[in-house]
Write a protein that binds this ligand. Sequence first.
Ligand SMILES: [Zn+2]
Length: 85
Amino acid sequence: MAKNFHQPTRMCVACRKHETQSKMLRLTCKDGNLRSFEGVGRSFYLCTTCLEDEKKISKVLMRQCRNNQREQHMNNLKEIITDDR
Ligand SMILES: [Zn+2]
């Protein structure tokens, strides 16, 4: 069986699946606000499949940001996704 060329994978914090980094969105929480990761501090990844599951990721985001600003996180996430495209 031919091996695929090696690509580093990252784990999605919502479903815990491993995917290549290009299929993941890298995020961070700064002062309780969800942001796209800018190279400093702690970060986490969400896969594109989970990004479509608001219920699932809102829980994850509240856990990652250690607060319960569900709506704020979802709004920030939408902005981040829009900025990325
Ligand atoms: Zn996922």
